[in-house]
Design a protein around this ligand. Structure first.
Ligand SMILES: *[C@@H]1O[C@H](CO)[C@@H](O)[C@H](O)[C@H]1NC(C)=O
Ligand SMILES: *[C@@H]1O[C@H](CO)[C@@H](O)[C@H](O)[C@H]1NC(C)=O
Ligand SMILES: *[C@@H]1O[C@H](CO)[C@@H](O)[C@H](O)[C@H]1NC(C)=O
Ligand SMILES: *[C@@H]1O[C@H](CO)[C@@H](O)[C@H](O)[C@H]1NC(C)=O
Length: 158
C-alpha cells in the first residue's frame, strides 16, 4: 500500500513537471508586455525553454488604458524586422489585455505589438523545441517506470 501511495505521488509530481508551461512574457503577469522594458528576445526568451504545446501569455491590462494601446500579432520575419502589422499571420489581441497563444509547432515565432510600440521594443522572437515535454522522460532513467503513465497523462493534456 505504501509503495502504491509513493508511486502515485511520484507520478503526480512527474505529471506536473511535464505539463505544458504557460510562459508569462516579460516574466510577470502584470505589465509584462510594455514599451522600453526589456529586450524580450535576448533578455527574456533566451532564458526560457519553449516546447511544442506550451503557451505564451501577454499581460498588459494595468493600467486599463494599456489594453487599448498595445496589442500582439504574429507576423513573419520580414514584417518583424520592419515592425509592420500590415499583413499579420495571426491577430492574437482579444481586447482584454490578457492574451494567450499556443505554440503548436517547432519553428521560430515572431510577435510584435501594433501602434508603433514594436519600435519601442515590444517585439519577441521565440524558438520552439521540437520535443514535447514528455520526451524529457527519456533523459531520466529513474523515471522510466513511470513513462507510460507520463505519456498517457500527456496525451490527455494535448
Ligand atoms: C520609450 O523610449 C523612447 C526613446 O527613448 C521615448 O521616446 C518614449 O517616450 C519612451 N516610451 C515610453 C512609453 O516610455
Ligand atoms: C512576409 O509577408 C510579406 C507580405 O505577404 C511578404 O512580402 C514577405 O516576403 C514575407 N516574408 C517572409 C520571410 O515570408
Ligand atoms: C484584432 O482582434 C481584436 C479582437 O477581435 C480586434 O478588436 C482588433 O481590431 C483586431 N485587430 C486587427 C488589426 O485586425
Ligand atoms: C535584442 O537582442 C537581439 C539579440 O542580441 C538583437 O538582435 C535585437 O536587435 C535586440 N532587439 C532590440 C529591440 O534591441
Amino acid at each position: 500500500m505504501e509503495s502504491l501511495t509513493r508511486r502515485l505521488m511520484v507520478t503526480v509530481l512527474i505529471a506536473a513537471l511535464l505539463m505544458p508551461l504557460k510562459h508569462l512574457v516579460g516574466g510577470t503577469e502584470y505589465n509584462g508586455w510594455a514599451p522600453n522594458k526589456t529586450n524580450y528576445t535576448s533578455d527574456w526568451a533566451a532564458h526560457q525553454q519553449f516546447h511544442v504545446g506550451d503557451w505564451l501569455y501577454w499581460g498588459y491590462d494595468e493600467p486599463r488604458i494599456n489594453r487599448q494601446l498595445f496589442s500582439v500579432f504574429e507576423v513573419n520575419k520580414t514584417d518583424y524586422d520592419s515592425c509592420s502589422t500590415d499583413h499579420p499571420l495571426y491577430n492574437i489581441s482579444r481586447g482584454g489585455g490578457r492574451d494567450v497563444f499556443k505554440l503548436k509547432q517547432s519553428r521560430p515565432y515572431y510577435f510584435i505589438s501594433g501602434g508603433g510600440f514594436c519600435w519601442k521594443g515590444m517585439k519577441l522572437t521565440v524558438f520552439v523545441d521540437r520535443h514535447h515535454r514528455q520526451k524529457h522522460c527519456r533523459l531520466c532513467p529513474q523515471l522510466r517506470p513511470y513513462l507510460q503513465v507520463c505519456l498517457a497523462y500527456s496525451e490527455l493534456l494535448q
